[in-house]
Design a protein around this ligand. Structure first.
Ligand code: FES
Length: 182
């Protein structure tokens, strides 16, 4: 376990009210620290992941939720990668070309998407950044390199830390299609 000073974030950020999340099932949220996350309410549990898909930045708040042989996943709307809600692993199905009946579900490419810690306090969903000192693929959308892209996509100067949490309604600003198919 990492000790203080090795990337552990102490602060919890307000993300959304639990009652609102229960109604919508999902919410794209910009936290006070500028991180864009997708929050899901599935089977009485709350999950918080980086919003932009590790692969090429697809909008996970538009993804379908599926139960993949016992693992709850969000399926990215752009290229259909399945990402586990609880760990951020990218899953795939493996088939033996010499024995097509030999199918292995839920093979893991490893943890690709950052999943953040969630705490529920009264009606508040609070989110704590996971250990940012351990780089993950989805982190790259929060670097300077992607700042313009994200701002353009969301049509807001979203990377300015704001005292208030700003929410963007689902389906309001982005298409579920990858850039190549728009
Ligand atoms: S952008 Fe998500 S699977 Fe490609």
């Amino acid at each position: 376990m990492a000790s203080k000073g090795e990337g552990v974030q102490e602060q919890f950020y307000f993300a959304v009210s639990l009652s609102e999340l229960k109604q919508s099932g999902r919410k794209r949220v910009i936290l006070e620290n500028g991180r864009v996350i997708a929050v899901f309410y599935v089977k009485d549990e709350v999950y918080a992941l980086d919003h932009f898909c590790y692969h090429t930045g697809g909008p996970l708040d538009m993804g379908d939720i599926e139960d993949s042989h016992g693992r709850l996943c969000v399926v990215c709307p752009w290229h259909k990668h399945s990402i586990t809600l609880d760990t951020g692993e990218s899953l795939y199905t493996s088939i033996d070309p010499f024995n097509i009946r030999n199918v292995k579900h839920n093979c893991s490419k490893g943890v690709k998407q950052r999943v953040h810690h969630v705490r529920i306090h009264e009606d508040k969903v609070l989110v704590q950044m996971s250990d940012l000192s351990q780089p993950l693929d989805s982190d790259r959308y929060f670097t300077e390199e992607y700042k313009d892209l994200i701002e353009g996509v969301l049509k807001e100067p979203i990377l300015q830390p704001n005292r208030r949490t700003v929410t963007v309604p689902i389906h309001s600003t982005r298409t579920g299609l990858p850039p190549s198919k728009r």
